[in-house]
Design a protein around this ligand. Structure first.
Ligand SMILES: *[C@@H]1O[C@H](CO)[C@@H](O)[C@H](O)[C@H]1NC(C)=O
Ligand SMILES: *[C@@H]1O[C@H](CO)[C@@H](O)[C@H](O)[C@H]1NC(C)=O
Ligand SMILES: *[C@@H]1O[C@H](CO)[C@@H](O)[C@H](O)[C@H]1NC(C)=O
Ligand SMILES: *[C@@H]1O[C@H](CO)[C@@H](O)[C@H](O)[C@H]1NC(C)=O
Length: 334
């Protein structure tokens, strides 16, 4: 267990690229009482290993606070391992001023664990911050991340395990980036998002890094439906007006359609019930008929009694036809 992390710095051209067993932030600034998520990228050979967070400045003496196979019961620390992205994320809630030194660690069975140090700089005016570490973007669209700062060092935007960009129109993770900056914030816009842009990035300002997780999905179907319906409604209403109206029209259209369907359904139901009454009546008249059969009364009497019964039910034609037929049959049988 008592070994230093193995991180080799290899210079490729003019940019330093770190080929480490584990890659994470060096220093992140955070306000006391807030929560922070720190991603740790690991080599694919560690996919099945246990991952954990170790607290303390020295590797030799740091203490495990949460592991992927041992949750922290206090709820202050948690860890999730995303094996697809080869990244485990450490969450630290309610950060205090004593919460400053940590290690992302991969457990090695029967060997020395592999760890990478990161520091939390706990301060009321964080050097670098974002409003939300969890961002959601839509395929083909743009997303803007605002990185707020309190220092004058140069800024960057980096992909975890990938490259960094420092000025507009450069590409990070295959996507063009636009930088904008004022006295307190620099914003990074990634244009024309692709599925593979999902993952961890970070704002960089001098020694500070602030991780941001980006999820790229399809724009929800409900929005697409209203978009595709728009031309139809515009044609019907002959209106070329702003989006509020265009969005209202499909709703009205659907309500009217719903009402129409409802009326049709009610009409069908009424028809069905009427038909049911008809078909149910037939056996009833037959029973009365059968009841009368054994008494050898004359046909005339039967006819009249049935005729009255049928008339009271408002079904004269149909039932009288049936009774006649049956009478004929009975005559033949006799
Ligand atoms: C993305 O940003 C660029 C540059 O500002 C703009 O031209 C383009 O229309 C934006 N695309 C979308 C889908 O908003
Ligand atoms: C700087 O830009 C951010 C984001 O665009 C904005 O919210 C903020 O108000 C701006 N600040 C100043 C001082 O212009
Ligand atoms: C409405 O649609 C029809 C057929 O698609 C088209 O011929 C007509 O020009 C459209 N009218 C308007 C006002 O867009
Ligand atoms: C509305 O439709 C009529 C013909 O159907 C057309 O002459 C007129 O230009 C249309 N108005 C608008 C605002 O599209």
């Amino acid at each position: 267990m008592i070994f230093l992390s193995n991180c080799f710095l290899i210079l490729v051209g003019l940019t330093g690229v770190c080929y480490c067993s584990i890659t994470t932030v060096k220093e992140t600034s955070v306000k006391p009482g807030e929560s922070i998520s720190i991603p740790c990228l690991y080599e694919s050979k560690y996919e099945k290993h246990v991952k954990y967070l170790c607290k303390g400045f020295y590797w030799a003496t740091c203490s495990d606070v949460v592991k992927t196979n041992k949750p922290d019961t206090s709820g202050k620390f948690s860890v999730q391992d995303d094996k697809e992205q080869k990244t485990f994320t450490l969450n630290i809630n309610h950060v205090e001023s004593t919460d400053s030194d940590y290690w992302c660690v991969v457990e090695i069975d029967g060997g020395a664990d592999v760890g990478e140090y990161f520091r939390l700089s706990v301060s009321g005016t964080p050097a670098l911050s974002v409003d939300n570490q969890e961002m959601e973007g839509f395929l083909g669209e743009n997303i803007t991340i605002n990185c707020k700062f309190h220092n004058s060092a140069p800024e960057k935007w980096c992909k975890l395990g990938g490259n960094c960009v420092t000025k507009s129109s450069e590409f990070v993770d295959g996507t063009r980036v636009i930088f904008k900056k004022n006295d307190t914030t620099y914003s990074v816009t990634m244009m024309g998002l692709k599925q593979e842009n999902s993952g961890w990035y970070w704002c960089v300002k001098g020694q500070f890094q602030m991780p941001v997780h980006l999820t790229v999905t399809e724009r929800p179907a409900s929005t697409l439906t209203s978009v595709t319906l728009m031309p139809v409604t515009m044609n019907v209403t002959n209106v070329t007006q702003p989006s509020v109206k265009e969005r209202m029209d499909p709703t009205v259209f659907f309500i009217s359609l719903g009402l129409l369907i409802f009326i049709v359904l009610v009409a069908l139901f009424v028809l069905f019930v009427l038909k049911c009454k008809k078909t149910k009546k037939e056996p009833a008249t037959e029973k009365t008929e059968v009841g009368v059969v054994y008494s050898d009364v004359t046909f005339k009497k039967k006819k009249t009694s049935e005729g009255i019964a049928a008339e009271s039910d408002g079904n004269v034609t149909y039932s009288s036809v049936v009774s006649f037929k049956q009478q004929d049959r009975r005559v033949k049988q006799k």
